[in-house]
Design a protein around this ligand. Structure first.
Ligand SMILES: NC(=O)c1ccc[n+]([C@@H]2O[C@H](COP(=O)([O-])OP(=O)(O)OC[C@H]3O[C@@H](n4cnc5c(N)ncnc54)[C@H](O)[C@@H]3O)[C@@H](O)[C@H]2O)c1
Length: 269
């Protein structure tokens, strides 16, 4: 007789097999579905959801199949069921406390942004080294000193650290966050961080996103030019297929680079 999976085991097995690009899209579906639930919608068709999320419907159905969700013909998906399934698979059934380090332009914006707590990411600590900032409340939370990162993060059980310092400070900030027990780092500084292999790092680089957009605009111009040149030539297509960038909507995110540093047993991300 096959073993019955323990509660949650099934979710863990499923989560392991989901490609990272699909994980990014699940987060988008969750945002869209939460908005629909707020408006009182109880069911949604895959066409409606794919249009609202900007993802083609075949890719959407494939993504939702990772959850074991296939919808009902003629009815679609139950919004609340999908919300719960995605929250479970993304580990959002519990809160993840966040610390922001570097309370300059970007850090101020992040600390003041009211949208994180409602989505399970309460900002619980802020750090900087500028004496004019220490003790000053930003978004209702006083800024602590850089040196207190390990103690405060451990005490407040911070699990995600956001780095918004100049690049030269980012590695030492990262080391302090790791010492404080954070498990994940969201890095805005344009620098490659060295972390132990059990730490998850995401790098946010708006310039890279803009370059990807630029690539797609250039591709579109090339395609239009080729189509114009081919017009009237027998046997040649007037258009070409766009590049599939993995997220099904032409936005090209979900990139992640990782390798090893070949010595310290660290992962370079
Ligand atoms: N990824 C992106 O898309 C993106 C966009 C904008 C900015 N950035 C990057 O984000 C970072 C912050 O940008 P900004 O415009 O907010 O800079 P900023 O100069 O306004 O703020 C930096 C803050 O970090 C503090 N700081 C400096 N060294 C520190 C240390 N060792 N520990 C703690 N705090 C320290 C400074 O006192 C300051 O308050 C930069 O690295 C910038 O390149 C990234």
């Amino acid at each position: 007789m096959p073993a019955v999976p323990a509660e949650g085991e099934d979710t863990v097995v499923r989560a392991k097999s989901i490609p990272e690009a699909a994980v990014a899209r699940l987060a988008v579906y969750l945002r869209v579905l939460s908005g629909m639930a707020e408006q009182g919608l109880t069911t949604v068709s895959s066409e409606e959801l794919s249009a609202a999320a900007g993802v083609n419907s075949a890719k959407l159905r494939k993504d939702l199949s990772y959850l074991g969700s296939y919808g009902t013909r003629g009815v679609g998906y139950e919004v609340q069921v999908l919300v719960s399934q995605i929250e479970r698979i993304l580990g959002l059934t519990r809160q993840h406390k966040v610390a922001v380090v570097g309370i300059g332009n970007l850090g101020h914006a992040l600390a003041n942004y009211g949208g994180f707590p409602g989505r399970g990411f309460p900002v619980e600590a802020l750090f900087d080294l500028d004496p004019d900032l220490i003790g000053v409340p930003v978004g209702g939370l006083p800024v602590s000193h850089l040196e207190d990162i390990p103690r405060v993060c451990a005490e407040r059980q911070i699990s995600i650290g956001i780095i918004a310092t100049p690049p030269t400070a980012a590695q030492s900030v990262c080391d302090r966050l790791v010492a404080g027990g954070v498990q994940c780092i969201l890095n805005f500084a344009p620098v490659v961080l060295q972390v132990p292999s059990y730490i998850e790092v995401r790098k946010v680089d708006l310039a890279v996103e803009l370059q990807i957009l630029s690539f797609h605009v250039a591709r579109r111009a090339d395609i239009a030019e080729a189509a114009l040149e081919n017009q009237g030539k027998p046997g040649l297509p007037g258009t070409a297929l766009p590049v599939d960038n993995g997220n099904g909507n032409g936005n090209g995110n979900g990139h992640k680079g990782a390798g090893t540093d070949g010595g310290r047993g660290m992962v370079v991300r």
